[in-house]
Write a protein that binds this ligand. Structure first.
Ligand SMILES: C[S@@+](CC[C@H](N)C(=O)[O-])C[C@H]1O[C@@H](n2cnc3c(N)ncnc32)[C@H](O)[C@@H]1O
Length: 199
């Protein structure tokens, strides 16, 4: 996906949510030039990951209340990119799997909106059939562009799908959105309509 969208740049700070077994961390280290002396890639997973030189990988549940602060403390500065490949173990019961994946994507998006640098990007695994309308609306408010991406590396016939939200508008957008809501109560409907054709 990065070959196509060229998100990772030298010097960028990256958060990698759901990092095990470490493939994305390795690519992020290579492309940002992260080193042990100047770590720019911080991952998190509740499964153990073999060390990746140049990255720090936290062994922790991302849904733990302490995880966001721990990630930020380890990264040292706001991230340029938040990546999320978070995937809950499948139960075989489709509605349960769907709800769990949706929840992980929602929490990852919330983390990205609270922490990204203005101009930063958010790339996340989403669920079969596309991203839920409410999440799309949220991302469209906070990012300049929002697309679905199906990576070529995705298994043949698999339903793997990612959402790419580019160019975070920064905290100012949040204040402006709140003002819009106070001034124009129809803003929700308009945003929902805009989210429709994505897929
Ligand atoms: C598809 S794998 C990630 C693969 C990774 N991008 C790579 O390139 O090696 C999804 C990961 O999400 C992790 N995960 C799921 N829920 C999590 C949570 N609540 N906290 C931390 N990691 C979680 C899983 O343990 C799993 O390792």
């Amino acid at each position: 996906m990065d070959d196509r969208y060229k998100l990772l740049k030298p010097g960028h700070r990256i958060v990698d949510l759901g990092a095990a077994p470490g493939g994305w961390c390795q690519v992020a280290v290579d492309r940002t030039g992260s080193t042990a002396a100047d770590v720019r890639v911080v991952g998190i997973d509740y499964l153990t990951v073999e060390p990746v030189a140049g990255a720090t990988i936290l062994l922790m549940d991302f849904l733990d209340d302490a995880a966001p602060d721990k990630l930020m403390e380890t990264l040292g500065e706001a991230p340029d990119i938040v990546l999320s490949d978070l995937a809950a173990p499948t139960t075989g019961h489709r509605p349960t799997d769907h709800i769990r994946t949706m929840h992980l994507c929602d929490v990852a998006a919330d983390f990205a909106i609270r922490t990204l640098k203005p101009g930063g990007h958010f790339l996340a695994k989403t669920f079969q059939g596309g991203t839920e309308r409410e999440l799309l609306t949220l991302l469209k408010r906070h990012f300049v562009s929002v697309h679905h991406v199906k990576p070529p590396a995705s298994r043949e016939g698999s339903v793997e799908l990612y959402i790419l939200a580019k160019s975070f508008k920064g905290k100012r957008a949040e204040v402006e959105n709140l003002q819009d809501e106070v001034e124009d109560p129809r803003v929700h409907d308009q945003a929902d309509e805009e989210a429709g054709p994505l897929g």
